[in-house]
Write a protein that binds this ligand. Sequence first.
Ligand code: ZN
Length: 376
Amino acid sequence: MTISITSSFDGGNIRVLSITDTPSGVRADLEIANDHQSDFYQWFHFRVAGAAGRDVELRIVNCADSAYPGGWTDYHARVSEDRDSWSLAETAYADGVLTIRLSPDSNVAWVAYFAPYSMERHHDVIAWAACQPGVAHRELGLTLDGQPMDMLTIGDGPKQVWLYARQHPGETMAQWWMEGALERLCDEEDAVARLLRKQATIHLVPNMNPDGSRRGHLRTNAVGVNLNREWHAPSMERSPEVLLVRDAMDATGVNFAMDVHGDEAIAAVFIAGFEGIPSITDRQVALYHRYRDTLAARTPDFQTRLGYPVASAGKANLSMSTNQLAERFGAVAMTLEMPFKDNDDLPDADYGWSPARSMQLAKDCLAVLAEMIDDI
Ligand code: ZN
């Protein structure tokens, strides 16, 4: 009997080309499917059955043309036998082929680009949060696949804070970050949460792209649209996710905004700002730098050496949310990037960058926001 591989579940993505028994075990040649109506692909998530006690070689053969080929060098796939703990698998990359080797103890194992975050878990967390004291839930509308756009609001202070994640659905660490943020903000005995809830009204959109998430996409929604290129002119036909959230932002105003992502290539946590917007002010930039430098002092999991090139004056892309919100509202806005690889300054040989570290980072980010909230 040979092994079976499938991705026909929430957030799954793989195509099976062949499965071959070999003298030492079994080998499967696989391909990552591109996002629907888009050329982007990099996210994979599948189940391997019938492999207990066997040496399994999984070869993803179409990595050279993926969205970020630079993401495969020094990268390790995540594997789990209980779908709770996701550890690093033995992984090598050469000539466009990502080779993952497993010898599972259990007869079923799951393999993914990063610890998955399913829409079912999203609903579980929304249900939990909506029951917490002082938390308001609002469904902003529906996506093109008919899924809800969920927003949670906590606190009743004058500063309008917006935290939103997973515009790019394959960046699941972003929603793990959101779960950590909710955990802290809903803890009524946590001093940071108490201060923020008094001084600010915090709006959270834990998943900006439910359709891409459930479809197993890397970067786009149900019709192949990259939501983080829609913020200047969203529409119900192409990008209802952005239009619904931006309309809600227009209703409240925005003082501080954080857009949470994952980066395929850079093995570090960093933020990107809004330096190229036309209406930039010294005050905005000073607060952005203060936030960045305070976070770097607070947690060794965040750094300021590595990151994206900074846009020159007037050259900001206003279709991206951070630039649009900084320009539209004069907000202190930023894009937080966590790695698919690891934080190379503090590598973890067993788990790499992980859900637990993403959640802890969210709690540290909120502590820095609390220190500055009166000035923002
Ligand atoms: Zn992203």
